[in-house]
Design a protein around this ligand. Structure first.
Ligand code: ATP
Length: 514
């Protein structure tokens, strides 16, 4: 029995008058109610507006009006659990709320509970304290195994030929029961089997389903940590954290890493780092578009947030990458005035989850604009560490050149890396990458290969972002001084007023332009 089932059974046994279950899984809810009702020797029924009350023996009472239904339930002397399907549609009706209040106040003599099934929490504030709310989790590996077994039996596959492996189960984690079942059935239909040979197909189905929501995107990553030039201190920190997800580490006393916030200038490798973490830890990477949580239908935002976090929790261990987190949170300050506080509440859900999560979901949040970051996000307990990713230093630029030249299948030894690093003072990693890409175009049109001089010639034509944004860079460095660790390896842990820092700042404010 999982935590949800235990809690649900307890509430029903305690005769909690109204329980709201947040789920997309109506079948699973009915199975759970059926099992508990059986154990408690209690009947259960379900109601929906188009049919009325449906008993487990199939008989129907055609009461379709929600008010008539609630009155009947209130006055009924029988003991039974009643599931109300899609009842959120009626939760803003004053008479409905009054009747629910009467039901809450009824003496708890009978074994009676109303179970509101909904995909989104829909409690009017007046009732919030009276109703228990439970989140039904997405199917876990044990449940998925049962689905696989039933699909194998129902499709008459030879059971002895198909081992249901851990990898097969993992490939559909994060989907609802119906989605898992359909993905398995499609695999059987297409390949005539349900074993490890269809895992790629199942993963592509999952990616497709998750992407449909628009909140999360499954990323395929091929780059490991070797593809990041510099950022040594960050890489060391990550390599220690990567070892902390094992049972042995937890028995040793290590806390499960929560996540990291990477702040800095655009194009300096923050997103690249998020991707490389997933690859080097061998975890799936989910990109979370926080901005989309707030889009769509009013009232949908909370459900969106819960759904996204639910998927991440179920897929765990995984890396959850929140790109440009500040954009998703912009306008939070005025939220109370503009949207009745929805944005603040949704943000609160995210913060609480980050603070309390036990699952190995490693959050990598990236941000370019510190001014838009709400202070609550930076408080201790949300992230394990905040890193400031600065413009690459001389040595880092050399490394970035080495990596990008090798990626273009050129031997870095054939280039004067010291000269290139000197001439690219103040450039971001992305700009160095684009120098090489542009030089390739020039060289190709001239019928020769790229060389150091060609790259320097392209460099002369480029105005680096650090020149355009010099004031912003100064501000972000000032901000980061006592609040963040340096991701690179040039300096001591924090940006102090050391000579080295001053040297770097001088370098960057007065870039040698060629
Ligand atoms: P943004 O906020 O604009 O996304 P970012 O800091 O996340 O900026 P990335 O997207 O990681 O920057 O960088 C863009 C590209 O620049 C990378 O895909 C990579 O090709 C190159 N790059 C940036 N920094 C580095 C680095 N330190 N080492 C190697 N390549 C880098």
């Amino acid at each position: 029995m999982n935590r949800f089932e235990e809690e649900f059974e307890l509430l029903l046994k305690c005769k909690k008058p109204i329980i709201e279950v947040v789920t997309y899984e109506w079948q699973k809810l009915q199975t759970a109610v059926n099992a508990i009702a059986g154990a408690n020797l209690t009947k259960w029924k379900r109601w929906n507006q188009s049919v009325g009350i449906v008993d487990t023996d199939g008989s129907i009472e055609p009461i379709k009006d929600p008010l008539a239904l609630l009155r009947k339930y209130r006055d009924d002397q029988d003991s039974y659990y009643l599931i109300l399907e899609n009842f959120n549609l009626f939760m803003n009706n004053a008479e409905v709320i009054n009747l629910l209040f009467e039901i809450v106040k009824m003496k708890k003599v009978k074994q009676k509970s109303l179970i509101i099934e909904t995909s989104d929490v829909c409690l009017p504030s007046a009732l919030a304290k009276e109703i228990a709310v439970l989140d039904m989790p997405l199917p876990d590996r044990d449940f998925i195994k049962k689905i696989a077994q039933s699909v194998i039996i129902n499709t008459e596959l030879a059971t002895d030929r198909y081992a249901i492996t851990e990898q097969l189960l993992n490939s559909v984690l994060g989907l609802t029961t119906t989605e898992v079942e359909l993905a398995f059935l499609k695999a059987v239909q297409k390949y005539g089997r349900l074993d490890d040979s269809v895992i790629d197909y199942l993963i592509s189905e999952k990616e497709h389903i998750i992407k449909k929501d628009g909140l999360l995107e499954y990323y395929h990553v091929s780059d490991g940590m070797d593809n990041i030039g510099g950022l040594k201190s960050l890489k060391n920190w990550l390599s220690l954290r990567g070892k902390a997800f094992t049972q042995t580490a937890s028995e040793f006393g290590l806390d499960t890493p929560k996540g990291v916030l990477l702040l800095g200038l655009p194009g300096c490798g923050k997103s690249l780092t998020a991707k490389c973490i997933a690859k080097s830890w061998n975890y799936p990477l989910l990109r979370f578009d926080l901005g989309k949580v707030f889009g769509g239908v009013v009232g949908q935002s909370e459900a969106n947030m819960r759904r996204a976090l639910d998927v991440a929790k179920t897929i765990a261990p995984c890396v959850l990458w929140i790109d440009e987190i500040e954009k998703g949170l912009s306008g939070l300050g005025s939220s109370d005035r503009t949207d009745g506080g929805t944005a603040s509440r949704v943000f609160g859900t995210l913060l609480t989850w980050m603070q309390e999560k036990k699952e190995p979901v490693f959050v990598v949040a990236t941000a370019n604009n510190i001014e838009q970051l709400p202070p609550e996000l930076l408080r201790k307990g949300r992230f394990d560490e905040i890193f400031f990713v600065d413009l690459p230093s001389f040595e880092e630029r050399k490394e970035i050149f080495r990596i990008h030249l090798a990626q273009k299948k050129r031997d870095p030894k054939g280039f004067d890396l010291d000269l290139l690093a000197e001439k690219t003072n103040g450039l971001t990693g992305a700009e160095i990458g684009s120098l090489i890409a542009d030089s390739l175009f020039d060289a190709f049109s001239q019928g020769k290969d790229i060389d150091t001089d060609g790259i320097i010639a392209v460099r002369r034509k480029l105005t680096p972002i650090s020149t355009v944004m010099s004031e912003k860079i100064a501000a972000i460095r000032e901000w980061a001084k006592n609040r963040a660790r340096i991701a690179g390896d040039e300096f001591t842990e924090e940006i102090q007023g050391t000579e080295q820092v001053v040297r770097l700042k001088t370098e960057c404010y007065n870039p040698l332009l060629g």
